[in-house]
Design a protein around this ligand. Sequence first.
Ligand SMILES: *Cc1c(COP(=O)(O)O)cnc(C)c1O
Length: 227
Amino acid sequence: MACITNNIIATTLKVREYEAKYGRLSNSVDLLAVSKRHSIESIKEAAANGINNFGENYLQEAMAKINALNKLNLSWHYIGPVQSNKTLKIAENFEWVHSIDRKKIALRLNEHRENHPNPLKICVQVNLSNENSKSGVPLEETEELCMFVNNLSNLQLRGLMSIPAPEPNFDNQRTNLKKLKTKFLELQEKIPNMDTLSMGMSNDFEAAIAEGSTLVRLGTALFGPRT
Ligand SMILES: *Cc1c(COP(=O)(O)O)cnc(C)c1O
C-alpha cells in the first residue's frame, strides 16, 4: 500500500520536472488517476495523498466505487467507450466524459443531464491512428463534432482526448501527439472555453507534457500493474 503513496510523490515530481523541462508553466498539468481494476482501498490511499480526479472505464465497477466513496467528494471521469444504454447512469454520476466520438451519444448524455445542477464536462475523443482503434472520431471530423457538442446546453465542451497506438519511441510519440495539439489550438480559436488537452498515459506522459497536455491520465504509474 505504501507503494501508491510513493508512486504519487514520485510521479508528481516527474510531472513538475517535465513542465520545467519543456517550458510549461508550473502546475499547468493536472493528474487524472486511472483507477480501473484497482480497489476502493487504493483509491482511498490516493485521495489521502491529495488526488481528487479519478478515471474509470467500466460503468458497473465505477458505480460501486462512486457509491462507496461518496463522502470523499471526488471528481469522477468516464474515460471508456460509452454505450447507449449507459448514458443515463453516466450523466447522473460523473463530472466528466472524455470519450465522446458520436453525436448520438452526446445527444443522449445531454438529455439525461437535464436535471443536474451543472453541465457535464466533455472531451471529444480523437482517433489519431485510424487502423488501430475503433474508438474516436477521425481528425478531419473533429471540428464538426465539437461544434455539435458545444451547442448542447447540458454539456460543456472542454477539450480533446486521445489514446494513441502504443509507440515506444519518444520522438514518434511526440509527432503523433502534436497532431492532437495542433487540432486543439485550431479549435480553441473558435471555442475559447476549450481548455483541456487530455493526453498522456503512463508510457508517454513526458511526450504529452512536451506537446502541451493539460491532463495526464495515469493508471500503472500510480497504482502499479492492473490485476
Ligand atoms: C487505462 C487507461 C489509461 C491509463 O493507462 P496506463 O497506461 O495504466 O497509465 C488512460 N486512459 C485511458 C482512456 C485508459 O483506458
